[in-house]
Structures are given as C-alpha cells and as structure tokens.
Design a protein around this ligand. Structure first.
Ligand SMILES: Cc1ncc(COP(=O)(O)O)c(C=O)c1O
Length: 364
C-alpha cells in the first residue's frame, strides 16, 4: 500500500492524482507492445486531454494523436503536438472554419462517412485554396458513425480520391461494441468480426486500385486482440495510460497496465460506520459504476450526490476519521479527467508536477 499522506499540506481535495512512474510504465508497455508486434500506435487523447502526457506518447514513438473533438485538437495543436486525427465528423460552417484554420498550423485529418461530409470539406478546401486530409470511417458493428457496408465504403472513398481538395489518409473502424464487452471470449469474437469487416472493406478498395495507407481501430479493451498482419496497421487505445477500475477488470488489460490515477478525497463527516467524502457527481464520473476506495474493499458505496459521497464501512473495519484522506479509483477515467483543470503528479513521496488538462470540456 502506498500512502499519499505526504500530500496533506500540498494538494486540496477533491483532486486528480497521477503516480508518475506508473503512468510512464504504462506508456512504455504499450509502446513496446506495438513495436514488438509491428503495429503503429496512435493513442486517443480523450482519456487525459493533457499535452504533457501526449508529448510523452509521441516521444515513445506514437505516429500521431487521436482526438474526439476539434476543441481537443486545438488544445494539442496549441501545445505544438501532432499529427492529429479527429475521430469524428466535423460538420457545419463554424467548425469547418476552425478546421481550416487548424489545418494551417498542424497536420490534421478528420473522418467522413457520407457524401455530405465530403461535399462540405471539398467546398471549404476549395474556398481556402488548401487541401484537407480525411479518413473514411467504416461502421464495424458499434452502430455509431460510419459507412454502411463495403460498397458504401468504396463509393465514398472513390469520391474522396476524386476530389483534388482532399487527401485520402486511410480508413478507421472503431469496434466500441467489442471494447465495452466485459466477457473476454465474447469481446474477442466481436473484435475479430469487426476487424474482418474492416479488412474486407480495405481489400475491396485495393482491388479497385485504391491505396489505403492506414487502417486504424481498437481501444484498450482490444489492443492485444487486434494484431494480425493485413488487418490493422495501427491501434488507437486511450485509457491504457491512466487506467480505471472498469478496465482493471479486463484480464487481457490488467496483465499489462496498472492503475496510475486516483481521485484524492477527504472525509468531511461521519456517523457510526457511515462516512461522507467531499467528492461527488461533479468530481468523479459514475457512468461505468460507483467508484470504490483504494485499498479498502470494506468501504462500500451508499449514495452519491453532487458534492458528497456517502459510504459505509463494513462492521468491524476501522472507520476513517473526519479529515482523513482516501483515494477513489475512477471507474471511467476519460469522463473523470474531463472534470478537472489539472493532474497533480507525484513520484515516490514527492509532488513533482501540476499538468494542465487543456483539452477538458472541449465539446465543440
Ligand atoms: C474512436 C475511438 N477510438 C479509440 C477509442 C478507445 O478508447 P479506450 O482505449 O479508452 O477504450 C475510443 C473510445 O471511446 C474511440 O471512440
């Protein structure tokens, strides 16, 4: 058990903590895994939204960074980081204007999955006398965005390739339905089926003379179920760097990555065996389950409010005192990191940094 009591006078609560050596080890483990398996790594920064972590990922050989939103891409570009792939459809005049501006600053690609997307980008690139880079997003079973079937992928990609104002960078087919499946065998089956579907679409493009430089997919839950020659050229996992209790329940993930991030809280009240922490819905995400206390399996979630988390200590266990600090394990790190301005970073028993989360809250 490693205590963070030394932060008592240094960090107020609730606060997001990173154990720096654990983070670094996670980053190096994924980088080495990709090198050893001959696959490129393009990490998704939606997990941390933090330029310092993104910089470390690039230093370890990542081919670029995936962003969920244009605003996240702007935050990374502001820090001088790239190339960037926005794994999303960027539509509408306001966003397109920002994209064109960003395109002058950094190597950036966005996703398209229908004719209207292509048309809007072509017109904007034409008006700005520039070239915009795109990935064709393929729907591989998640039922989110993406072209519907190989023929549709072929037709759309042909349209992209025919447009002088666009550069076709490759295809992306994120298998989120597999990544989110807890059962390992079922996850493996779904991931294989999704990658086969993506590979089939790619082979159709190649049969029609279209070169596909990049085939991108996969998340932390499927990172090591994805390495097959002729299927993917790169993976785009996000959560592996910080991890969370949800992913720690996946055996194929837990074997590689450790929990690097916690939310530090203070006990602000207690009655009998019931304690109240100063973290709540506004400081820790609960969409993937109620967070638990690190090192204390005998403290059970009772009820969570906006700024209070009520928990019960099982009979017989030591009840923390008012003023004591406890670490909560985020169950969904991406949504939790989005609630904070900075990570407090420690190494051994020293606070070594405050890393701004400049991509947080960038929903547009
Ligand atoms: C497009 C895309 N790629 C990759 C990921 C992988 O993220 P993680 O590794 O955190 O599961 C996600 C997660 O939502 C995603 O939306």
């Amino acid at each position: 058990m490693n205590s963070v009591d030394f932060l008592q006078q240094l960090v107020d609560t609730p606060a997001l903590l990173i154990n720096e050596p654990v983070l670094q080890k996670n980053l190096e483990t994924m980088a080495a895994y990709c090198t050893d398996n001959g696959i490129a790594l393009r990490p998704h920064i939606k997990t941390h939204k933090c330029p310092e972590i993104a910089k470390r990922q690039l230093e370890l050989g990542a081919t670029g960074l995936v962003c969920a939103k244009l605003g996240e891409a702007e935050a990374m570009a502001e820090a001088g980081l790239g190339p960037l792939l926005v794994a999303n459809q960027v539509i509408g005049p306001l966003k397109i204007k920002r994209l064109v501006a960003l395109n002058k600053q950094v190597d950036i690609s966005v996703c398209v999955s229908r004719g209207e997307h292509v048309q809007e980008l072509v017109m904007a690139a034409h008006a700005a006398n520039t070239i915009l880079s795109v990935f064709v997003e393929v729907e591989v079973g998640m039922q989110r965005c993406g072209t519907n079937g190989p023929e549709a992928t072929l037709e759309l990609t042909r349209r992209v390739c025919a447009a002088h104002q666009l550069e076709f960078r490759g295809v992306m087919g994120y298998e989120g339905h597999a990544v989110g499946t807890k059962d390992f065998a079922a996850r493996h089956r779904k991931a294989e089926a999704a990658h086969r579907e993506l590979a089939f679409a790619v082979s159709l493009l190649r049969e029609h003379g279209i070169g596909v430089p990049v085939v991108s997919a996969a998340g932390t839950g499927t990172f090591n179920l994805s390495v097959k020659p002729d299927e993917l050229t790169e993976i785009q996992p996000g959560s592996y760097c910080l991890m969370d209790s949800d992913y720690f329940g996946y055996e194929n993930v837990r074997d590689y990555f450790e929990l690097a991030c916690t939310v530090l809280t203070t006990v602000i009240d207690r009655v009998d065996n019931r304690i109240v922490l100063d973290a709540g819905l506004k400081s820790i995400a609960v969409d993937q389950g109620l967070p638990v206390v690190r090192w204390r399996q005998d403290i059970l979630p009772f009820e969570i409010h906006e700024e209070h988390y009520c928990m019960e200590v099982e009979r017989g266990g030591p009840v923390p005192s008012v003023g004591d600090r406890l670490e909560l394990l985020p169950s969904h790190i991406c949504a939790t990191a989005n609630l904070y301005d900075e990570f407090h970073v420690f190494c051994d028993r020293a606070l070594v940094g405050h890393w701004p989360i400049t991509g947080r809250g960038k929903y547009t």
